[in-house]
Design a protein around this ligand. Structure first.
Ligand code: FES
Ligand SMILES: [Fe+2]
Length: 374
């Protein structure tokens, strides 16, 4: 006699608007290449995306390039000092205009046939165009991309006339400003990249709950006083906070932030502080394929350097906490592909914020909504 097969029915969807009743969103959303394709337009081309810091475009003529949802863009401080962003595509035959980062003396010259643009996006000249009937440089302008300096960090949005970040994420700027009064003055002190064999949403799910902290992060629960840990959700953002434990055995927090903060903003970034940090660290995760993600952890400090407490904090993050989380995400990604797994069940307990998974449900609700309205 054999046991009858118990397999989930993938046609049943028990994701629910109520986190207490809801199951997790369908596993196929983490593996299906068609979903990844739809997310590119519905999520990444339709949300504010982090691309850099104010210090990258501090002076007129400073620029840097980035790639968002398959589009090449560049951010530049124009000759008048205004921050601008454009699609990085020449209006002649489509070559990219700029590579990497640097400083221009005002004009942008396409490397292909040398059309010349102002830093305001206006076409200044096209070689031999004066010999062409009806050619008017005023008919050509680089495609604008919405750009904002949000608490010192540069974000772009590929959509037309998107709502401002303060409207999109009410209250977030106050939370980020609480980490540092003058974040424009920070500069990059450390930058780490992790290539992860897991879907970007799997990275997000793991970031947004501490239900896994006691079983998997023995040092984190020593470093942080988990009895005071909180996880609060707001419109399109959520925040986890917890004070450092005095006398913890992980590293000594003798200066800087007294606790841990991670303020997540939809869809793929968190502004944070490890205990001891004077500045702000960015945790950013971008899909590189349906089942792969590039995670970047960049720390911006007041002097672009790390003091010994910050060094200990980041060594702990890069050598212990980060790898523990990467292993969890990669392990789960294999499980998400199993025929025996379709939807799990959230553990949402409002009066136990240190373990509740409500912020994961909050994140998944935004994913589901974005894909439904796609
Ligand atoms: S593609 Fe830029 S000048 Fe020809
Ligand atoms: Fe974790």
């Amino acid at each position: 006699m054999t046991n009858s097969a118990v397999r989930p029915d993938p046609t049943v969807d028990r994701f629910n608007a109520d986190p207490i009743r809801s199951f997790t969103m369908a596993a196929s959303l983490y593996t299906d290449p068609d979903v990844a394709e739809r997310e590119r337009d519905a999520i990444f081309a339709n949300s504010w995306q982090w691309v850099g810091h104010a210090s990258d475009v501090a002076e007129a003529g400073n620029y840097f390039t980035a790639s968002i949802a398959g589009e090449r863009i560049f951010v530049i401080r124009d000759t008048e000092g205004e921050l601008r962003a454009f699609f990085n595509v020449c209006l002649h035959r489509g070559h990219s205009l700029l590579e990497g980062s640097g400083k221009l003396d005002g004009l942008i010259t396409c490397p292909y046939h040398a059309w010349v643009y102002e830093s305001t996006g206006a076409l200044k000249g096209a070689r031999m165009s004066e010999r062409m009937p009806d050619f008017d440089v005023a008919d050509f302008r680089l495609g604008d991309v919405a750009v904002e300096n949000f608490c010192g960090f540069i974000f772009v949005h590929l959509g037309e006339a998107p709502e401002a970040m303060d409207t999109c994420y009410p209250g977030l700027s106050e939370a980020v400003s609480a980490l540092h009064q003058n974040p424009d003055t920070l500069s990059l002190a450390r930058d780490s990249t992790f290539d992860i064999a897991g879907n970007w949403k799997n990275v997000g799910d793991n970031l947004l709950e501490c239900y896994h902290c006691h079983p998997t992060h023995k040092d984190f629960v020593d470093l942080i006083d988990m009895s005071a840990y909180r996880n609060d959700t707001f419109e399109r953002w959520s925040i986890q906070t917890g004070p450092a434990s005095t006398g913890n055995g992980v590293y000594e927090v003798t200066s800087g932030a007294a606790g841990f903060t991670s303020a997540f903003a939809w869809p793929n970034i968190s502004f944070g502080q490890l205990p001891g940090h004077r500045g702000i660290f960015i945790f950013h995760f971008v899909p590189t394929g349906p089942e792969t993600t590039r995670q970047r952890v960049a720390y911006y400090s007041p002097d672009g350097e790390e003091n010994h407490v910050e060094e200990a904090a980041f060594d702990y993050f890069n050598n212990v906490l980060g790898p523990e989380d990467v292993a969890l995400v990669e392990n789960v990604q294999i499980g998400l592909r199993s025929q025996a797994y379709h939807q799990g069940k959230f553990i949402c307990i409002p009066d136990r914020p240190e373990i509740s998974e409500h912020a994961v449900h909050h994140f998944q609700s935004m994913v589901v909504e974005a894909l439904e309205t796609d």
